[in-house]
Every structure is written in C-alpha cells, then in structure tokens.
Design a protein around this ligand. Structure first.
Ligand SMILES: CC(=O)SCCNC(=O)CCNC(=O)[C@H](O)C(C)(C)COP(=O)(O)OP(=O)(O)OC[C@H]1O[C@@H](n2cnc3c(N)ncnc32)[C@H](O)[C@@H]1OP(=O)(O)O
Length: 411
C-alpha cells in the first residue's frame, strides 16, 4: 500500500509526534509527558498525517490565529505549523498535498489568509506565500552601551519588579492585547500560550525564565520582559549572556526602562535580544548604538492571501488613493483584478474591469499587505510589473507603514 494522507485522531498522536520530532531532527521518540501536553493544544480536525504502512512520515497542522493589520484590525487567518516530511519520503509531493488540503479548508472556514514562520526560505513561495514580516536580532555588548550601569532603570517615574509566573498570567494578557492592537504583524496569544510561557504547562525541555514587569507611575502594567541567563565566569570575571524570550511594551517609557534594566544588570555582559522588529528602537536607545551587533536580519512571518477584499478592506492606508492590481494565483484564491479605493472613511476592494496599474502574484501581494516591502523594490526585481508608469511608487505611498510590522512570536 502507498502513502495515505489524512487527518489524525487522538490514538495516533504519539506516532504523529514521533514523526514530527524525527522530521525536525529533534528526537527519534516522543516522551509520554510531551504527548499528553500536546493533546490539550491540538485541533485534530486540523491535523494531517501522512502514513506509510502505519508509520507517520508526514505531519502538518494549523490553528486559528488573528494577525493585526495596519490600523489595528485583526484578520482571522490559519496559522500553519509542525510541517515535516520524513527524509525517507521527501520530494514525492506529500507537503504539496497537505498544503493544498489546508488552503482549501482555510478558505472554506472564511480565513482571510494563511500564515507561517518558515524553516527555510525556498519552501513556501510556490504555494502563494510571501514574506510579510521580517525580524532582526542583536547581540549587545553591555559594557560598551554607554548606559549608566550604576542605575537599574532610567528615572521615568515608573518601576520594574520581578514577577512570578502566576502574576504574569494574571497581568500580562491584557498588556499583550494592548500591544497587539497597536502594532501590525502581532498575533494573538491564548491562555495556553501564557501557561506554556510561564511554566504552568511544561515541555520536557522547559527552563524557568525570569519575568520582570514595568509599571507606570500610576501603577499600570505597561511592559513585560522575560529572559534567561547562563552562568559563565572566566578568571573571576562574569561572562554571562542574558537571552530575551519576550519583551512587549505598550509605551516607549516601558520599552526604554526594560531594556535599560536588562542591559545594566550586574553580571550580564552580553544580551541576546531574540527576534525583534527589524526597526526595533533598541540600538538607538544606546548612547553607543554600535554596542548592538546585528546577528539576524531575515524573513520571518510568511502570508498567503486567500480573501483579497477582506484583507485590503480591513487595513488602513497612509494616504487616500486608488490602485488596480491584477493578481495571478494558479490556485485561484487571490486571483483577479481588484480595485482598491482608500478614502477617509475606510477602504473598499472590488473586482474591476479597469486597466490594471500593477500585476503581481499572490505571494508578492502577501509581501506588500502589511506594509513591510516596497513595490518599487519588487518591480526592480521583476517580481511585480508596472502596467502604468509610477504605479509601484503609488502602491508604496498607499500600502507602506511608518513603523514596520513586527511579530513577537514564533509559531
Ligand atoms: C511552517 C513550518 O512548519 S516550517 C518547517 C518545514 N519543515 C522542515 O523544514 C523540516 C525538514 N524538511 C521537511 O520536512 C521536508 O523536506 C519539507 C516539509 C520541507 C518538504 O516536504 P516534501 O514532501 O519533500 O515537499 P514536496 O515533495 O511537496 O515538494 C514540493 C516542491 O517544493 C520543493 N521543496 C520542498 N522542500 C524544499 C526545500 N527545503 N528547499 C527547496 N525546495 C523545496 C520540492 O523540490 C518540490 O519542487 P518541485 O515541485 O519543483 O519538484
């Protein structure tokens, strides 16, 4: 019998997880604890497995997600994750089949797009995904920042305090919701996310982090920093690295105070920022920005448009204007010629017979939707075609945003 791809049921979870961990080169088996932990956080109707003679050789699942669009509206999307095909069965079309099924189901559910964070760049463009949110990471030499190490936080009227996991679960979700609606690219976090982040639910590789909350002068929780630190000493000198797991702040004061706290902490000689926004303010918060060395600058969240009017009508635009885009999509979901009309009272996006200004593929539309990429740049690369002179610059004026999108979460 050949390989069969289908949704999995509860009894197959251990085998499915073994397949996934093998595909990710993590482990040849899945521990009982990790299987039980996963059971509570998986929608089996959205979990596919490819089986060959009872052995799971392909894994794929999705979950409901909301991603913030420019202007603050949240688009319902299908987040794709845990994609693997066993080395023994690669390049036979198993991923292609699972992706086709998922995109069909997502469109039927009414999702505006599919999203994912891609393990390798070349995998998902062929399925209509484009890199929509990028990320950057810095390594900070704390001794060189020029920040005054005599003080733990700048004098801005607020305070920083360590917090335990239970306090974070109580206070941080509301903070995160404020951050989510204020910044496009941010995705929602459910209760399970917070339980996993704070050790209330633990995977076998869990290490306990430190949590620090920033409160404004009037006592509002405006920021959260979660980090781990190692314990390295050489010749009686601390050489410790602090690694940021999470830093979300609802105000510039909170953001400044939390970075200042971490970068001036005794014994912390290096800080690894983890993945941040590509235009994170961090380097410029330092009297000497060169103390922050960029270690990653790369694509991060990929987006596959499924419902073009829903996406273009829900976001806001920097200036009023109109644009006709001709979208090519072999799978059909985003295909068509669309008239975007952005005005003071909102935007409309309708099918049109007018001449197109720009022609592009679904993945390129995905790249432009959150305002991170430039149509002029894509035109220079031959990835979008200007059907009318100046159309790419007009698209940029409409679609680009003053701050770049940011997604704090890997999923
Ligand atoms: C959202 C996430 O979970 S990201 C994690 C993705 N998983 C991994 O990277 C784990 C290791 N890799 C794998 O498990 C597999 O190789 C996968 C899932 C990336 C690909 O699965 P496959 O079943 O081999 O893909 P499939 O056979 O459908 O390939 C379709 C096409 O994509 C191409 N392709 C697939 N993977 C890659 C890749 N990593 N690099 C370049 N091209 C690729 C294939 O060559 C094929 O091209 P063709 O149509 O021109 O022949």
């Amino acid at each position: 019998m050949g390989t069969v791809t289908r949704t999995v049921d509860e009894t197959e979870l251990a085998e499915w997880m073994r397949g996934m961990l093998t595909g990710f080169l993590l482990s040849a088996t899945a521990s009982k604890e990790d299987v039980e932990l996963r059971r509570g956080g998986i929608d089996f109707s959205r979990t596919q497995g490819a089986f060959d003679d009872g052995r799971c050789v392909g894994t794929f699942r999705s979950f409901a997600q909301r991603i913030t669009l420019p202007g603050g509206a949240a688009a319902p999307v299908s987040a794709v994750t845990n994609v693997t095909v066993s080395a023994t069965h690669r390049r036979r079309g198993l991923l292609s089949g699972m992706m086709a099924r998922e995109l069909r189901a997502a469109r039927e559910r009414g999702d505006a797009a599919a999203t994912l964070t891609s393990a390798e760049y070349p995998i998902y463009g062929r399925f209509g995904f484009g890199p929509a949110v990028s990320a950057a990471s810095w390594e900070v030499d704390t001794a060189r920042t020029g920040l005054d190490r005599r003080y733990g936080a700048p004098p801005c009227g607020g305070r920083v305090d360590f917090a335990d996991g239970a306090t974070v679960r109580e206070l941080a979700p509301a903070l995160h919701e404020r951050v989510r609606t204020a910044r496009h690219g941010v995705v929602d976090r459910d209760e399970r996310w917070w339980r996993l982040a704070t050790g209330d639910l633990r995977r076998s590789d869990w290490t306990e982090p430190f949590h620090v909350l920033y409160r404004s002068a009037d006592g509002r929780v405006d920021g959260l920093l979660t980090y781990t630190a190692d314990d390295v000493w050489t010749a009686k000198r601390p050489q410790n690295t602090a690694r940021v797991r999470d830093l979300v702040a609802a105000t510039p004061q909170a953001e400044r105070a939390l970075w200042h706290f971490l970068l001036t902490a005794d014994w912390v000689m290096t800080a690894d920022t983890g993945l941040r926004a590509p235009d994170d303010v961090l380097p410029l918060l330092l009297p000497d920005p060169r103390a922050a060395r960029i270690t990653v600058q790369a694509d991060f969240v990929w987006l596959r448009p499924l419902d073009v009017p829903a996406l273009l009508e829900a976001r806001t635009y920097a200036v009023p204007g109109s644009l006709v885009v001709e979208v090519a999509d072999p799978d059909g979901y985003a295909a068509g010629r669309w008239l975007l009309d952005a005005g003071e009272g909102g935007a409309s996006c309708t099918p049109t017979t007018r001449t197109a200004d720009l022609a592009l593929g679904a993945g390129e539309l995905g790249r432009l939707l959150l305002g991170d990429e430039s149509a002029v740049r894509l035109a220079a690369l031959g990835l979008v075609t200007e059907e009318r002179p100046g159309a790419a610059a007009r698209a940029d004026a409409l679609l680009r945003t003053s701050r770049r999108p940011w997604c704090p979460d890997t999923f």
